[in-house]
Design a protein around this ligand. Structure first.
Ligand code: TXA
Ligand code: MG
Length: 328
């Protein structure tokens, strides 16, 4: 495993964009901000670069990547869009939506990046730094979240550094991200399917579709690829995560939401509140950073107060469930 690179960290700006583009062209690995989380980019057409990316993350090669492009026209050179896909793309791109579509006939993306599937996940991010890099590079950039496989996704350049320093070439620091949870992934199959809840609430997508998204059953024997964070245990801090906490045991850290009135709060090892005013957008933006911070407090267990499941709450609860899943 290559773990011996010098990782440059550059503040976002023209110089950093130029270095990022050059590094991608040379087959290097570049972490950059998107509005959801930081991504770790590689030239999607360069199989060797894609292989390095899997290695740097320690990601299993059966887990396919999202190809990022600058606009819909570029996306249409990579995948086939039906009317539904076009409707979703025009409603939500650029933005935190990923579409899984049939590959175009001469799809330029390396097979390794799609784990041999005949579908591909595509996204047009809205973050200005991501857009500048994609525009400068021209081609598609595959970019998983810029964390070690299985860890909490990064919402700051410092998070990326703590997971990947020495394993990648460049980190472009564009400050903390805005959304804080990954993109919503919709499979444009016969029935549009919610593969991963994320930065665009389900209801917004269903409003555009005029119908409900089909549920996704990971591992169902329907030939559909496993999708989304996929592995039940993911986004995992070192500490144990205990959901729906109604009280605290001595020494536990608390990840709170809304007003806090828990028995045992006075003995908490640490307390962080996702949103004191109970705002789900604010909570999503704070989620991964607070999980990392509470993990670093050294508490053995992070107790989490219930978070409502509407709007962005569906994505937050999905990530919390995965963080809580016991590891095999
Ligand atoms: O917000 C995001 O989506 C971030 C930023 C960096 O764009 N990216 C991200 O990538 O979350 P990653 O690799 O951590 O998650 C991508 C998910 C994976 O769980 C993968 O299984 C799924 O997308 N995926 C990729 N291609 C797929 C396909 N053809 N069919 C079904 N699922 C796919
Ligand atoms: Mg990820």
């Amino acid at each position: 495993m290559t773990v011996d690179l010098t990782t440059q960290i550059r503040p976002a700006g023209e110089a950093a964009t130029a270095t990022a583009v050059r590094t991608l062209r040379d087959g290097g690995l570049v972490a950059f901000p998107t509005e959801t989380v930081y991504g770790l980019g590689a030239d999607a057409a360069n199989a060797e670069a894609v292989a390095r990316l899997y290695r740097a993350k320690g990601r299993p090669a059966f887990n396919p990547l999202i190809a990022h492009v600058g606009d819909l026209a570029a996306a249409q050179r990579i995948a086939r869009f039906d009317a539904t896909a076009l409707a979703l793309a025009s409603a939500f791109w650029p933005g935190p939506l990923t579409l899984v579509l049939p590959k175009a006939p001469r799809c330029p993306v390396a097979d390794l990046a799609t784990a041999g599937l005949d579908t591909i996940a595509l996204r047009v991010p809205a973050h200005p730094v991501a857009r500048d890099i994609l525009r400068g590079f021209g081609g598609a950039v595959v970019a998983p979240s810029a964390n070690l496989s299985g860890h909490v996704s990064p919402t700051t350049a410092a998070h990326v550094q703590s997971d990947l320093a020495g394993r990648i070439d460049l980190i472009v620091d564009g400050g903390p991200v805005e959304v804080g949870v990954e993109s919503t992934i919709v499979g444009c199959f016969e029935s549009p399917t919610l593969l991963r809840p994320g930065g665009i609430p389900r209801a917004d997508i269903e409003r555009v579709l005029g119908s409900a998204l089909a549920p996704h059953y990971p591992g169902a024997a329907d030939g559909q690829p496993l999708a989304s964070g996929m592995l039940a245990s993911h986004y995992a801090p070192r500490a144990r995560v205990r959901l729906n906490a109604a009280s605290l045991t001595r020494g536990e850290a608390l990840l709170a939401f809304g007003p806090v009135d828990l028995a045992g709060i006075d003995t908490a090892a640490a307390v962080m509140n996702l949103s004191e005013r109970g705002d789900l957008k604010e909570a999503a933006a704070n989620l991964f950073g607070y999980l990392r911070a509470l993990d670093a407090s050294g508490a053995r267990t992070i107790a989490v107060m219930p978070v409502p499941d509407d709007g962005l709450g569906e994505a937050i609860n999905d990530r919390l469930r995965r963080a809580a899943a016991t590891q095999g």
